[in-house]
Design a protein around this ligand. Structure first.
Ligand code: NDP
Length: 313
């Protein structure tokens, strides 16, 4: 039987509807949560990501601002921008779009964000809250992965989960979340020996390694759930033909746009083996933005409960 497709767009729409209902309650109290996105330079991918984030906020009625600094911005300039946003009562969430240019000390900048406004969940205070299961802001992509599993009725408790990737923003937090939901979790990385064998033990396999198409059918236990986090553009015809043999729709997209997206999973060999899988695009990606909205509203709730100042706009 072909793998069941876990449709991230549908789950995103459910979550956005829930956020909209919550925003209604804020509105009744005369409060409009606010998000500020800082973009440095003109990296085309970052420009698209930040524009989409602001657009999604606006579609829900969250106040949003995009602050654009030049490619030459210094660490000090970013720190002063963050400090200004930390002090603004009507801003509930601050997101610094990564990567930052090489002259900027990214760690110092991320550390400067008020943990209560850290809607990306990257601040060590929030990561510590996640480790110790205290209330806080959880990184968006890992939180989105859990939503996909839960809302698709995929059992987690007692299951064997294997996460490929140990980054601070995806691999480690998703492993913690799965562990907190009582999965038995193995985390793999570039030094793991016999990766396909370890992955074949998984009931839930999360591929977050950033290596397009590397996870083949050989990595997957028949019937397993596969979450494909990777997103990479394929820009050569030979690659599109290799990964999507006979797929006229993909080829047409490639002809039209000059590229098509591939995850870390090789679709032609994994789809026949997996029980369920997130597609790329349309799987994990839509959840990342949805969870940013969730985190902005959550930040507004947590922070304003501590300092009950309603800021009317
Ligand atoms: P990083 O590059 O920070 O981390 C990659 C991880 O994968 C590292 O831990 C690395 O191991 C491991 N790895 C790399 N190569 C191999 C290999 N051959 N075998 C086993 N492990 C390997 O990436 P991110 O976590 O930031 O992102 C991962 C992917 O997810 C990327 O494609 C990114 O674009 C995508 N992404 C998608 C999002 C979405 O919304 N869908 C959001 C965020 C990311 P080691 O630690 O040993 O180097």
């Amino acid at each position: 039987m072909p793998a069941r497709i876990l449709n991230g767009n549908e789950i995103r729409d459910q979550i956005k509807a829930e956020v909209a209902a919550e925003l209604q309650q804020f509105q009744e109290c005369g409060v409009r949560p606010g998000l500020a996105v800082i973009l440095v330079g003109n990296n085309p991918a970052s420009e698209i990501y930040t524009r989409n984030k602001v657009k999604s906020c606006e579609s829900l009625g969250i106040h949003s601002e995009r602050l654009i600094l030049p490619e030459t911005a210094t660490t000090e300039e970013l720190l002063s921008c963050v400090a200004e946003l930390n002090g603004r009562e009507e801003i509930d969430g601050i997101l610094v779009q990564l990567p930052l240019p090489p002259q900027v000390d990214s760690k110092r900048v991320l550390l400067a964000v008020d943990p209560q406004k850290d809607v990306d969940g990257f601040h060590p205070v929030n990561l510590g809250n996640l480790v110790t299961q205290r209330p806080g802001l959880i990184p968006c992509t890992p939180a989105g992965i859990l939503e996909i599993l839960k809302r698709s009725g995929i059992p987690i408790e007692g299951q064997r989960a294997v996460v490929i990737g140990r980054s601070d923003i995806v691999g480690k937090p998703v492993a913690l979340l799965l562990m907190h939901h009582n999965a038995t979790v193995t985390v793999c990385h570039s030094r793991t020996r016999d990766l396909p064998r370890v992955c074949r033990e998984a009931d839930i396999l999360v591929a977050a390694l950033g290596k397009p198409g590397m996870v083949t059918g050989e990595f997957v236990k028949p019937g397993a759930t596969v979450i494909d986090v990777g997103i990479s553009p394929l820009t050569s015809r030979a690659d599109v033909e290799r990964f999507f043999p006979g797929d006229a729709k993909r080829m047409e997209e490639f002809e039209r746009k000059g590229s098509t997206l591939l995850g870390d999973v090789d679709p032609s060999s994994v789809y026949p083996v997996a029980g369920a899988i997130t597609p790329v695009p349309g799987g994990v990606g839509p959840l990342t933005i949805a969870m940013l909205m969730v985190n902005t509203v959550r930040a507004a709730r947590l922070r304003r409960a501590q300092r009950p100042v309603a800021v009317a706009r």
